[in-house]
Design a protein around this ligand. Structure first.
Ligand code: AMP
Ligand code: MN
Ligand code: MN
Ligand code: MN
Length: 283
């Protein structure tokens, strides 16, 4: 069942390398029938995704991945089944995108200082349709020969303490959840295994997330190891959260896993799609 559904993916509207139409075509070929497009802080790909998914006989789940600052850390919250016309969501995302531009200017200034010129323009050349992100800077730096691949370039330039990193304040967890819930969507904590929070902070986060109206966590996702999956399945159970599954696909040869290759949710998980008519129809 999980192999037919993928609830986390990116297109050229954020930092993916396939257009929404190409992404759906690829998903279809990989056997996916229900796909959430969850671009970072932007809904601009949903219209094109709706057309292609209809042509292919697939189901599009309207989604977004919102950047959040919680206790001085960056978290990502997925909004699944959001409305693309809810004014507070649209305004909130527009504000995050404006902040992304300001951060990009800061990142380029940091790189300038170590003698790497032109990175703002270079990154924007890779970001044609929507948001600007560290991924676009990373592509520019690899293209210019400053590092051999994506993972090396992040380590060397784009993480905390490195010259291309710029401290930034994203949306609050409360605002992000309010926008998602207000638009009729389902808030899901993305890739909890990537936050390096420690046990106590993770429990505090999950408690707060639930109190604020959070509904699910990603138990299965491209960046989770085999050990993380049962761990977060147990936490989902403990906090009475639904379980989600999504590749976090960014395009061919990009980080994380391809579509259609994720393991099933562990037994006992209640899938976030348990009461979705479009998922039930697949059975
Ligand atoms: P941003 O939201 O601009 O900070 O960019 C974050 C994006 O960069 C993530 O969504 C990933 O696609 C990518 N990313 C973050 N860390 C890494 C890493 N260590 N290696 C490769 N890609 C990464
Ligand atoms: Mn990304
Ligand atoms: Mn993410
Ligand atoms: Mn993602």
């Amino acid at each position: 069942m999980s192999s037919l559904i993928d609830l986390h993916s990116h297109s050229t509207v954020s930092d993916g390398t396939l257009t929404p139409a190409e992404l759906f075509q690829h998903a279809f070929e990989r056997g996916i029938r229900v796909l959430a497009l969850t671009d970072h802080d932007d809904l601009a790909g949903l219209e094109e995704a709706a057309i292609t998914s209809r042509d292919l006989g697939m189901t599009l789940i309207n989604g977004v991945e919102i950047s959040v600052t919680w206790n001085r850390r960056t978290l990502h919250v997925l909004g699944l089944k959001v409305s693309s016309t809810h004014a507070p969501l649209l305004a909130g995302l527009a504000e995050i995108r404006a902040g992304r531009h300001a951060r990009a200017v800061g990142m380029a200034a940091g790189l300038d200082q170590i003698g790497i010129a032109g990175s703002l323009e270079g990154a924007y050349r890779h970001a044609k349709r929507g948001i600007i992100s560290r991924s676009h800077f990373a592509r520019y730096l690899v293209e210019q020969g400053h590092a051999k691949d994506f993972s090396a370039v992040f380590k060397k330039y784009m993480v905390k303490g490195k010259p291309g990193y710029c401290e930034h304040r994203w949306a609050s967890l409360e605002d992000a959840l309010d926008w998602i819930i207000g638009s009729g969507g389902i808030p899901v904590l993305a890739h909890p295994g990537r936050y390096d929070l420690g046990k106590t902070n993770m429990l505090t986060l999950l408690h707060e997330f639930r109190e604020l109206g959070g509904k699910g966590i990603e138990v299965v996702t491209g960046s989770h190891t085999a050990e993380m999956v049962p761990h977060f399945a147990r936490l989902a159970h403990q906090f009475e959260l639904l379980s989600s599954s999504g590749s976090d696909y960014h395009g061919p040869g990009q980080t994380y896993t391809d579509m259609g290759r994720l393991p099933d949710l562990p037994p006992g998980c209640v899938p976030v799609w348990h009461d979705w008519p479009e998922a039930v129809a697949l059975q």
